[in-house]
Design a protein around this ligand. Sequence first.
Ligand code: GDP
Ligand code: ZN
Length: 463
Amino acid sequence: VLTTTEFDTIAAISTPPGEGGISIIRISGEEALDVAKKLYRGKDLDKVASNTINYGHIIDPDTNEEVDEVMLSVMRAPHTYTEEDIVEINCHGGIVATNRILQLALSHGARMAEPGEFTKRAFLNGRIDLSQSEAVMDLIEAKTDRSMKAAINQLDGNLSHLIKHLRQDILDVLAQVEVNIDYPEYDDVETMTSKLLREKATDVHARIVQLLKTAKQGKILREGLATSIIGRPNVGKSSLLNNLLHEDKAIVTDVPGTTRDVLEEYVNVRGVPLKLVDTAGIRDTTDKVEKIGVDRSRKAINSADLVLLVLNASEPLTDEDKKLLSATQDKQRIIILNKTDLPTKIDQDQIKSLADGQNVISTSAIKADGLTQLEELIAKMFFDEGIESSQNDIMVTNARHIGLLNQAKQALEDVVKGLDDGMPVDLVQIDMTRCWDFLGEITGDSYQDELIDQLFSQFCLGK
Ligand code: GDP
Ligand code: ZN
């Protein structure tokens, strides 16, 4: 049930905090134009066309004091981001003016927007569904061009479209089953109906399995591939890391909702976002940090999807190297033989046998040798047909969606099992309906308010 306060007029600063060239204050809702008219001196906002930007000034209506010179956009419902009237005030990007304008909007009829509330309205007003709303956030947070493409694909509604098809098919068969039960045309209604249910369950199951095949790569594109660089002190971890982070490829972000000193570092490797785990210990070369190395390695190994184990090729293999080799043997890993510019002392055959001949790369961090091969190998390990081949496919990238698809798949397996066990059709129907519900949670056709609140609260303010 939607209360009226859910659709009152909201306002927020939509540009990032701090000083900049311009800042944007966004206002959405039935009274957006009324609020703007109180603060704006320039054109007659009742007469300007939709989707126009208008020069003028913001004044404090109580004192007539001029606050800033602005460009003000008017976008009239329903063809707007929220499907409501929207006014966006572009002002000079100072902190004081931006906050003053927001405060004026708040004291003249608007309420402070919650994080993600503009997008939440686009969802509640039916412009986009839930998976598309989630794609908005993915788009903002995308770490590589390939991640961005997956998000745009989802924002365009391709996943939604597929899910809606599956749900419609389920609904059709459920309706058919009802008709069969109420108006039996055939002598053996039960057999006919079971056959229908089984066929549809098998068909939808196969399509869900197909979709879930994209989940592993999709999740990497959305969340990043958790990667740890481990190895003894002085083997060249920091140097290799710096090589990987070379120039503009490093993407460092604050983790939203946590203290500011928690940073996530990503590096773009051929479109694969590597999320670097625990680089603090690698970056900080003081003795203290290096000494807690072994414990730290175990933690780093456990939390990684990919381990880069660095060995010094100019020294014989040590016991510690062997320990790290065995600690990582069940992991997706690449063994990096570094310092190959120096005379080789490591026993390469021994390494190859320890590694089953797999994923061993020679590098020289100092000469930046072998990095291309390393990057190619990483991309190939996780996107075996090349990252570009997945370009136009519908991918499932979001852990929430993956979970629901697995539940939907399980419900369909329950349908088939129920039929095998000779369960009455009305009981089997329940599992079919459960499947329909799970799929509906992906698009938000069936949802709970808490879920919606929780999802949108992760958005940035002003989006
Ligand atoms: P970490 O302790 O594993 O992080 O190792 P560092 O990256 O701090 O490197 C330790 C030392 O090895 C530094 O003096 C580096 O300059 C040197 N080093 C790193 N990689 C190479 C390499 O490929 N060849 C040579 N000759 N020296 C390297
Ligand atoms: Zn180091």
